[in-house]
Design a binder for this molecule. Structure first.
Ligand SMILES: [Cu+2]
Length: 163
């Protein structure tokens, strides 16, 4: 049956397209889930369940120190951020795409304030914290999305290992 393959491969292509559409819709929903639900990078952590505290400096020269952080899947980390620089900075956790999308918004509205569990803005000399649980073994990016800062390299990554 020479042509029997044709209709079959056609329909499996359609199935593949349908699955692709469904999965990108799902990840878009995750990306915008925000708030208190679980997203593609994890979820807001609970203070009582913190496994580790990591100090991160927002330093002069548009740098986070450290900028490379390692975590394990399931781990809840308390990030203690300290702005030792002379200008305001923020620390935003997200996928690379979420951060890039948000950066475009920040460029239009540079003074926007955030009240989200995966972000913190700190004036010069201030210290603050966010608690986040990494529920997936993925690379989670973080960045300062103030206009110009991200472009200057104010970013880093949390590499989340499976175990
Ligand atoms: Cu900054």
């Amino acid at each position: 049956m020479k042509f029997s393959k044709l209709p079959f491969s056609k329909s499996s292509t359609l199935v593949a397209i349908a699955l692709l559409a469904a999965s990108s819709a799902a990840s878009a929903a995750g990306a915008h889930g925000g708030g208190h639900g679980e997203s593609s990078i994890g979820k807001p952590g609970v203070a009582a369940k913190v496994n580790r505290t990591i100090q991160v400096e927002m330093a002069n020269g548009m740098r986070f120190k450290p900028s490379a952080i390692h975590a394990k899947k399931g781990e809840t980390i308390r990030f203690v951020l300290k702005n030792t620089d002379g200008v305001k900075h923020e620390f935003s956790l997200g996928t690379e795409q979420e951060l890039l999308d948000h950066y475009e918004v920040m460029k239009k509205f540079p003074d926007m304030e955030h009240d989200e569990p995966n972000k913190i803005s700190l004036a010069p000399g201030k210290q603050g914290e966010i608690i986040w649980q990494f529920t997936k073994a993925v690379d989670v990016d973080f960045a300062c999305l103030h206009p110009g800062h991200f472009d200057a390299g104010m970013k880093g990554q949390v590499k989340v290992a499976a175990k």
